[in-house]
Each structure stands twice: as structure tokens, then as C-alpha cells.
Design a protein. Structure first.
Length: 333
């Protein structure tokens, strides 16, 4: 098993490089470049000077070679616009996206698994039908549509929650790690936590609810199948308490496909986080990447896409590893 885990982890940099390469060439296929955006009012000579200063006068292969050297040394260059290094920009925005993704996972698991278990426990009743109907509704709804709906309901109509940003503009926050919970402890700034949670609720619900619907259906199917297995009936015939049957036999065996689908859905969460960050003006990697795409800021787009891809690959690898620990049959294979 250790050899298998080592092989999975060893593949991470190669898959990340493949993703970064695809992003690199797609960006250069798209018409226009950063110089076109920067030099809208410039003369021809000034535009050529900008192109040269950005290194865009080199051939695509020369640019790719420089990109590969930077990739090996984990140096992704600097923004064409701000001049800040891509590493610095990602350091400022990545914690924000991780916070949002973790919050969305919590929403997805709590709602998806709970409704799935209820639907399985009360199979063929109104609870089962209602749970599946809600699951289909949220799973079918686009992220941006749900985000706008939540803004109108909880932000505009009820005025319960803020609809944009990560913290109120009146809050003075100088980040150290840019993880608000960690900084709140390090700096003794517990006044940051509640405003941050208020701003996090709507983006997390937007991403979590749309993926919770799929988890509900998978959870229901897994529990219904497991509850009909012979070993469950045997445990009940032996007089085992229902609570023990549920936790020791049903939940443990039904959790295997749920763990897998939660890990796979992390990719959807990252995609939803990109849209949610734009809709709610949440200052994460997704919003950074979208702005950089419009500006043709190649280094920032490449770095942001690489980070998102790496997170997705890493989580799926960890999911595969956890599956090995949960299912002894795979360890013997």
C-alpha cells in the first residue's frame, strides 16, 4: 500500500505540469494579449516597447521554455499590471479560496449526507420524495443563479447577511497568514470572526447547496443498498441494537462511495468557488484568475490555474488514499 501511495503522490507534479502546459498554450491561442489591453491609447512605437518589455516579442516556444524553467524553480513570474510576483498574489488569495472551499464542503456534507440518510431511512415516504426533489432542484440550478437568488432574498429583501466582500470595509485587518481564524487567534482579534462568518455564509451556501444535491442522491443509494445486505439482516437477527447496527455495519460500509464522491466533488467546489467569488466580490484565487483573464495577464492566469488544478489533484489523491484505509479489500489487492 505504501508503494501505491508513493506512486500516486509522485504523479502530482507531472499532472500539474500537464495542466499548466494546456493553460499556457490556450492563453496564447486566444486573440489579443496584455499589450493590447495596456496600450489601448498608445502609439505603435509605444505598443511595441510594451510588447518587448513583457517578453511577448519572443516566440511561443521561447516563452514556453522560460515558463518551464520557472515551473521547475516554482517561480511563476510577476503580474504584467501590478508588478507583484505571482507567488505573492497567490499567497494573498489562496487562503481565501481554501476557507470558502472548506466551508462549502461542510455545507455539502452536512446537508447532502443528512438528507440522504433520511431519504434512505424513510424510503418511499414523503420525506424520501421531498429530499430527492430538493436534491434535484439544487443540483440542477446554476451557481450564479443560486448566488443571485440568495443575494436578493437574504441580502436585499431580508437584509440578514452581507452580499459582497470578505469583511466589512470598516474593519481594520492586517493579515499575517490571511486565514482569518488563525490570525484572530495569533493577534487576539476575535472580533474578526463573526463578521467574517457573516460574509462567508452566502458564498459557501451557493457552492455547497448545488453540490449537496448530488451527495444526497449518492448517500441515499449507498444506504439503501447497504441496508438490504445479508450481513445487516444477520446482525439484527442476532439481537444487536439498532444503533450499533447502523454505526458499525450500515454507516461504515455505506460511507465508502460517499467519501469518494465528496473528494471528486471538490473539483466542482473549486469551479463553483470561482463563480461564487465573482458574484460576491470575494477576494480569492478564482476572482484573481477571472480578472487576469480579461487583462490577458498570462503569469497570473497560469499560476492561479496551476494552484486550483494542484488542489483538485491533491484532494483526489488523498481521497484515494483514504479509500485504501476504509476498505481492507483494496489493501489486499
Amino acid at each position: 500500500m505504501k508503494v501505491l501511495i508513493a506512486k500516486r503522490l509522485a504523479l502530482l507534479p507531472f499532472v500539474a505540469l500537464a495542466v499548466a502546459t494546456i493553460v499556457f498554450f490556450v492563453l496564447r491561442i486566444v486573440p489579443g494579449n496584455a499589450a493590447d489591453v495596456l496600450a489601448q491609447q498608445a502609439t505603435y512605437g509605444q505598443k511595441q516597447q510594451i510588447i518587448k518589455s513583457l517578453g511577448l516579442n519572443q516566440s511561443v516556444l521561447e516563452q514556453y521554455w522560460l515558463f518551464l524553467k520557472g515551473f521547475v524553480h516554482l517561480n511563476f513570474g510577476s503580474s504584467f499590471y501590478s508588478g507583484d510576483s505571482v507567488a505573492y498574489l497567490l499567497g494573498q488569495t489562496l487562503p481565501v479560496t481554501i476557507e470558502l472551499a472548506v466551508a462549502a464542503v461542510v455545507v455539502m456534507v452536512l446537508i447532502g449526507v443528512t438528507t440522504g440518510i433520511l431519504a434512505a431511512a424513510f424510503r418511499d415516504t414523503w420525506i424520501d420524495s421531498g429530499s430527492r426533489l430538493l436534491a434535484t432542484f439544487f443540483f440542477s440550478m446554476p451557481w450564479f443563479a443560486l448566488g443571485i437568488l440568495l443575494i436578493l432574498l437574504f441580502g436585499v429583501k431580508l437584509k440578514w447577511l452581507p452580499t459582497y466582500g470578505r469583511l466589512p470595509a470598516t474593519v481594520n485587518y492586517q493579515p499575517k497568514t490571511n486565514f482569518i481564524l488563525i490570525d484572530a487567534v495569533l493577534e487576539d482579534r476575535y472580533d474578526l470572526i463573526w463578521p467574517w462568518i457573516q460574509h462567508l455564509i452566502l458564498p459557501a451556501l451557493t457552492v455547497g447547496l448545488t453540490t449537496a444535491g448530488f451527495v444526497t442522491r449518492i448517500t441515499r443509494a449507498a444506504f439503501v443498498e447497504t441496508m438490504s445486505e445479508d450481513f445487516v439482516r444477520t446482525a439484527r437477527m442476532k439481537g444487536m441494537r439498532e444503533r450499533r447496527v447502523f454505526w458499525r455495519h450500515i454507516f461504515r460500509n455505506a460511507s465508502l462511495p460517499i467519501v469518494t464522491i465528496v473528494g471528486l466533488q471538490f473539483g466542482a467546489l473549486l469551479g463553483g468557488a470561482v463563480i461564487s467569488e465573482v458574484v460576491f466580490a470575494y477576494p480569492g484565487v478564482g476572482r484573481l484568475m477571472v480578472n487576469a483573464i480579461f487583462q490577458r495577464d498570462y503569469p497570473v492566469v497560469q499560476g492561479a490555474a496551476l494552484v486550483i488544478a494542484f488542489l483538485y489533484i491533491l484532494v483526489n489523491t488523498l481521497t484515494d488514499i483514504s479509500y485504501l484505509y476504509l476498505d481492507p479489500r483494496l489493501r489486499r489487492a
